[in-house]
Write a protein that binds this ligand. Sequence first.
Ligand SMILES: C[S@@+](CC[C@H](N)C(=O)[O-])C[C@H]1O[C@@H](n2cnc3c(N)ncnc32)[C@H](O)[C@@H]1O
Length: 180
Amino acid sequence: MRTLRQSPLFPELSGELGIPKPVNVASVPQRSPFRYPGGKTWFVPTFRQWLGNKYSKSGVLVEPFAGGGIISLTALFENLVEKAVMVELDEEIAAVWESIVHGDAEWLANRVLTFDLTKEAVIRELKKSPNTQREKAFQTILKNRTFHGGILAEGSGFLKYGENGRDRGDRRFLFVVDYK
Ligand SMILES: C[S@@+](CC[C@H](N)C(=O)[O-])C[C@H]1O[C@@H](n2cnc3c(N)ncnc32)[C@H](O)[C@@H]1O
């Protein structure tokens, strides 16, 4: 019987790298506003090498299942491609990326930095119906940064809070968006 083998995904690298190994994600610049379970951050070093070897800088990168978008962000920040197309099904996540690329990055960053992070304030904020794309984007970031594991689905529950409901020990919520 003939044995079928899947072709290597990165044949030009397979001699050097073998199967891509997960890296310590702390060694990869954290450029995404999202915390993402199952994110692609571990894949960034392999991606850089693969893209650099294979394609010219003038290309367009398409990132399906964009989520936190770390692949597109890495490619753009490091000038590995000219453009990136991020494909995302979830409307809330898409609202964040649309707001950022359509001129509301600074508004979002200010909203994050001036938000008084208490459990009560988060609950109050999330009860509101967002009237604009950027408000929806802010609510999405808020959920992603305060719900367990960054899971947006209802019922995933909050991270543990410090005294008086204030998130003292862990300021993971605070980050600066700089997409100029
Ligand atoms: C595990 S996350 C991706 C993580 C991301 N690549 C990162 O590194 O941060 C998968 C994402 O794909 C999105 N998704 C699932 N099915 C999809 C589809 N058919 N088309 C586009 N996006 C989809 C989900 O909403 C989710 O945000």
